[in-house]
Design a protein around this ligand. Structure first.
Ligand code: FAD
Ligand code: UDP
Length: 375
């Protein structure tokens, strides 16, 4: 019986490989084009003992109990509460917007949730069916000045599109708070793996039935694989079809990473810079996420770009329509399953990527008969 071939050793590929080996007792080959596993979650310990993410800060958060229980099997986690500050008009203010943000930036003196709610209501134009991210933000924040200072320009820097050109999902990610709660996420569970995400994913891939082949592009070896192999593809969906309908856009980031000879660099793990006058969007200080101990610290500035690894599917109408064509095409390919952030062309958080892989594994391998002959 041929092994299952998984393209990509990111989180989605790792979940799938782990399930195929541990549940089906099936041989798996994971092909990864980069020189390491863990995809965009990849992190490493530097010469000062500090855990550093190669592709940007990763905070695990979910309200999905099944996903939370699933990841407990592969790592020890420490609880974490992500807080982000935004540097606006020379001040550091909380984001998501809360009472303190409004008071500091607009010189108000709101004291209670009730007064915050009243103020927000007085500013807001309510829209029922949002058609873009500008409408989402304006219907939440209302105040145009706040919207422009905190979201409009940051979004343009991040995506090279204005919020009104992006689907509602982008700015729906940022809530508004009517109190002084300064946590970034609302989820029930929030944590960081003690030894980092690379270690977590290595644990997932640790079954001897799983063979990982690094530095190998699937398209270079595709022809040499047996025709009847089942393929689980977690790479970009347009690349799978040789971009035949056109290229889907993926936003990337260039990281400028620096080790600094000080114990602590900034007041929060992440500080955002929404002004167009600053070329980067945020500065991340990794120690504050992972809790690494050192008298030095490592920071990364994130510069959005169209070059480099595909990080963010860009939710515009043009890309959505194009993706639908690839999705239909993908449904016609026998023995190939499309899984993960790039193959679904969806802005999945880690918990959503895990859920997506678990659900597809369940439907394709456990419920339907489609791949029964493979195990
Ligand atoms: P990927 O990690 O992209 O993995 C796909 C893998 O496939 C890659 O390793 C790639 O090299 C490989 N591949 C592609 N094509 C081929 C090929 N032809 N041959 C061989 N291999 C191939 N989520 C959160 O929950 N919290 C966060 O704080 C968070 N922060 C993020 C910050 C940034 C900057 C980014 C970009 C993402 C962040 N995410 C976060 C999202 C998280 O990274 C993803 O949910 C997760 O990595 C998705 O895993 P994946 O396996 O689907 O994709
Ligand atoms: N965003 C913004 N201002 C901020 C933070 C975020 O306008 O200070 C917008 C921006 O468009 C971003 C989106 O909200 O892409 C989602 O933010 P998140 O922090 O979830 O981005 P990610 O961590 O996925 O890069």
């Amino acid at each position: 019986m041929e092994p299952i071939v998984i393209v990509g050793a990111g989180l989605s590929g790792a979940v799938f490989a782990e399930r195929c080996a541990n549940v089906l007792n099936k041989k798996v080959i994971v092909i990864e084009k980069r020189q390491h596993v863990a995809g965009n979650c990849y992190d490493f310990i530097d010469e000062n003992g500090i855990i550093v993410s190669k592709y940007g800060a990763h905070i695990f958060h979910t309200s999905d109990k099944e996903v939370w229980q699933y990841i407990q099997k592969f790592a020890k986690w420490h609880p974490y509460e992500h807080k982000v500050l935004s540097y606006v008009n020379g001040k550091l203010v909380p984001i998501p917007i809360n009472i303190n943000t409004v008071n500091h930036l607009l010189g108000l003196n709101l004291k209670s949730s009730l007064s915050m709610k009243k103020w927000i209501r007085s500013q807001t134009i309510k829209t029922k069916n949002f058609i873009n991210s500008e409408e989402v933000a304006l219907s939440r924040v209302g105040n145009k000045k706040l919207y422009e200072l905190m979201f409009k320009n940051y979004t343009y820097k991040q995506w090279s599109f204005w919020p009104k050109e992006l689907e509602p999902s982008v700015l729906s990610r940022i809530p508004i708070r009517f109190n002084k709660n300064d946590r970034y996420f609302d989820d029930v569970y929030e944590a960081i793996p003690n030894k980092g995400y690379t270690d977590l994913i290595e644990q997932m891939l640790s079954n001897p039935l799983i063979e990982v082949v690094l530095n190998t592009d699937y398209f270079d070896i595709k022809k040499s694989l047996p025709k009847e192999s089942t393929i689980v593809y977690t790479g970009p969906i347009d690349r799978y079809f040789d971009n035949k309908f056109d290229v889907l856009q993926y936003r990337s980031l260039r990281f400028e990473t620096e080790t600094i000879n000080t114990e602590s660099y900034q007041q929060a793990a992440v500080i955002n810079y929404p002004s167009l006058a600053v070329p980067y969007t945020r500065i991340v200080e990794y120690k504050k996420l992972y809790g690494s101990k050192s008298n030095k610290t490592v920071i990364s500035r994130e510069f959005p770009t169209w070059e480099g690894e595909p990080f963010y599917p860009v939710p515009t109408q043009r890309n959505r329509d194009l993706y639908e064509k690839y999705k239909y095409e993908a449904s016609q390919i026998p023995n190939t399953i499309f899984v993960g952030r790039l193959a679904n062309y969806k802005y999945f958080n880690m918990d959503q990527a895990i859920k997506n892989a678990l659900q597809i594994f369940m439907s394709e391998f456990m419920v339907s008969n489609k791949y029964r002959n493979t195990y």
